[in-house]
Design a protein around this ligand. Sequence first.
Ligand code: SF4
Length: 341
Amino acid sequence: MSFTAPLLAWQGIHGRHDLPWQKTQDAYRIWLSEIMLQQTQVTTVIPYYQRFLDSFPNVIQLAEAPIEKVIEHWAGLGYYARARNLHRCAQQVTEHYGGQFPDDPEKLAELPGIGRSTAAAIAAFAYGKQAAILDGNVKRVLCRHFGIDGFPGLAAVDRKLWLLAESLLPESGIESYTQGLMDLGATVCTRNRPRCTDCPVAADCIARRENRQKELPVARPKKMVPERHSCFVLISDGRGLLLERRPPSGLWGGLLVPPEGEPDAVSSRYGLNILSARHLPPLKHTFTHFKLQIEAVLCHVSPESVVRESGLEWVALEQAADAGVPTPMRKLIRLVANAKD
Ligand code: SF4
């Protein structure tokens, strides 16, 4: 196999062999390290792991310890749900399995805080079981090497990755292979700077061949932001600009904005006599929940069409941009004011 065999050989020479939780088949120690490593770097985990073992040398002692003491030992590692699950898991292993972690990955995955991938790692390292891991690092390696498109968080892609991970398992040497996958993801096929020249599986790697290391794995799709369209009429009598004060709540609440609507509708709303009209360059403005396509029309009106209505204000052209108007309107007003100079 062009993936499994070179990875196994590489792990023997270049992989990590001296981590404190290696060279043991004690499921308790392996489980503890796997949980600690779920969201935390190896270098941070090492002193915590050692302190934990000093205070709770086996699963029964951990189960019997008060939760406060467990949390105290976890303090600084973050993601405290892990510590609470750790304690609950220790209690269940003690109660249901007599203090012995089961060797069946499915049974392991039923325990608190142990997902399918962690269950496989424990089963492989502690009991030599043929079980596939698939954590974030492994997903990255597989997506790149096998050129798997699609966001790995999608159910269909996730299924495909599990099938692939299972199909790659070696006939023997599951411990070294599992460790090799972890080592490759953590030290060579890293998120930002994969070291393809040092990679044991580079020869058949699709991402490398197609130079798609940055594209794979596919990032979480961005939420579609709806688009709206609005027309604003910048009404000028040559000296001032007619602005409308928005109601206090809603979009641009309380700000001054040029009247919104098509020029004909706006002019008949305010009884304006439009002398000329010209379109200004369109603008796009992004809000948190939508994008606004802004069409703007500059209309010159005869000076006598001065409107006096509550909520409407004539503001001198030179001052209008700084009169409490929203950002995209400021851009438009500056355009009009500069064209006047
Ligand atoms: Fe990752 Fe590069 Fe190796 Fe491909 S060749 S698996 S991208 S490190």
